[in-house]
Design a binder for this molecule. Sequence first.
Ligand code: HEC
Length: 133
Amino acid sequence: MMKFPACSSYVLSSLCLSLLSCTLLSSCQLPNSSEEPFSLIQSKAAQTDKTKSDAIELNHDEPEFPPGPGHDLFVKRCIVCHSLRYISMQPDFPEKTWKKEVEKMQQTWGAHISDEEAHEIIQYLTRVKGVKP
Ligand code: HEC
């Protein structure tokens, strides 16, 4: 009769011990097991950052006009309302057609281009996209 409580307290204490060690073990392992996903997340974030900082070259096909006198003024004045493609897709024109075209931009569409600037642009266009009349 006296042996049973002693036995049961032994069983209980060993149960407690094993429970405790289980808790200890799992509490020790918990930070460990949560550390890996965390570092994974971190390295993923680092990868994303790296991708973000990489330059992505977009495929753009803005036409290129050769440099020379009048080029910079032409680009500055004629890109205000539309792409330079509007101009590059035109056939080569004689000077008087370019003159008409630039005057149309001034008069019909209200382009802010002085007459001297218009002259310089017309000369440039006739040089790079001109044809004998
Ligand atoms: C104030 C705005 C504006 C500026 C600045 C401008 N354009 Fe335009 N341009 C237009 C508009 C609007 C059209 C479209 C007309 C249409 O679709 O009928 C156009 C169309 C054109 C076209 C297509 C053909 C045509 O006559 O419609 C050419 C060529 C052109 N522009 C050349 C020029 C050049 C060269 C310059 C610089 C000297 C220039 N544009 C600056 C407004 C502008």
